[in-house]
Write a protein that binds this ligand. Structure first.
Ligand SMILES: *Cc1c(COP(=O)(O)O)cnc(C)c1O
Length: 219
C-alpha cells in the first residue's frame, strides 16, 4: 500500500482535480501496484516506453503523452493515447490532425505553453498558442480537439515566482475559453510533485505527479 498515493488522491478528490500518475522510468510491475490501488490514468514522456507499457498493462488504463513528441512518431500514438498534453508546435498539431484523420478519429490534445524562465523547457509562446486556438475555430485541425493547456513552472524554491507563472497561464486560459467558445476546452494541466499545491491554488484542474507517488527516479 502506497500511503503517498492515498494522500494525493484524497487531496485531488477534495479539490476536484484529475490526477495523472507519471510512470516514466518505472517498470510495468510498479505501475500495476498503483493501478491496483485504483489509479487508471498514467502519463509517459517517451513514445516507445508508453507503447510498451500500453501493451503490457490492463486495457482500461488511460494513457497520456506528456513529453516532447517528434512528428514522425505521432502515427504510433494516435489510437493508443487518450490525450496528448505536449503539443508544442504548429507542425506537430498538423501532423496529429493528419494521422487522426487517416484513422477517422478525433485526437484530444492540450497545447503546452512555455511559462518557465528556463529556456530549455519545450512549449509554445502565448502568442503562438493564441494563434493556434484562433485557427482551430476555422476549417483546419478538424480531427483534433484542443481541450486545454499544459504548463511547467520554473524549477525554483521561490513559491511566489511559481504562483505568478501559474496565475498568468490561468488568466490566459480563461481568455482563450472566451475566444474558443467550446465546452471541451476545459483542462488546465499544471502542477507536479514539487508544486501541485500551488498549482491547485492557482486554478489547476489536472496535476501530473511522478516522484511523490512512485518515489525518486534513478534515470
Ligand atoms: C516527469 C514529469 C512530471 C512529473 O514530475 P514529478 O516531479 O516526478 O512529479 C510532470 N510533467 C511532465 C511533463 C514530466 O515530464
Amino acid at each position: 500500500m502506497n500511503s503517498k498515493y492515498s494522500e494525493i488522491t484524497a487531496y485531488c478528490r477534495k479539490h476536484g482535480v484529475k490526477l495523472v500518475a507519471v510512470s516514466k522510468t518505472k517498470t510495468p510491475a510498479e505501475v500495476l501496484e498503483v493501478y491496483q490501488q485504483g489509479q487508471r490514468c498514467f502519463g509517459e514522456n517517451k513514445v516507445q516506453e508508453l507503447l510498451q507499457k500500453h501493451e503490457a498493462l490492463p486495457s482500461d488504463i488511460e494513457w497520456h503523452m506528456i513529453g516532447h513528441l517528434q512528428s514522425n512518431k505521432v502515427k504510433q500514438l494516435v489510437t493508443v493515447v487518450s490525450l496528448i498534453q505536449s503539443v508544442d508546435s504548429r507542425k506537430l498539431l498538423l501532423e496529429i490532425d493528419k494521422e487522426a484523420k487517416k484513422k477517422e478519429q478525433i485526437m484530444k490534445v492540450l497545447l503546452q505553453v512555455h511559462i518557465a524562465e528556463e529556456e530549455t523547457k519545450f512549449g509554445l509562446s502565448y502568442a503562438e498558442a493564441q494563434a493556434l486556438i484562433r485557427d482551430s475555430g476555422q476549417n483546419i485541425f478538424q480531427n483534433v480537439a484542443i481541450c486545454g493547456l499544459m504548463g511547467m513552472a520554473t524549477l525554483t524554491d521561490n513559491d511566489a515566482q511559481i504562483s505568478n507563472e501559474f496565475r498568468k497561464l490561468k488568466t490566459f486560459f480563461e481568455a482563450m475559453k472566451v475566444v474558443k467558445q467550446d465546452p471541451e476546452f476545459k483542462i488546465l494541466s499544471i502542477g507536479m510533485s514539487s508544486d501541485y499545491r500551488i498549482a491547485v491554488e492557482e486554478g489547476s484542474n489536472m496535476i501530473r505527479i511522478g516522484t511523490a507517488i512512485f518515489g525518486r527516479r534513478s534515470a
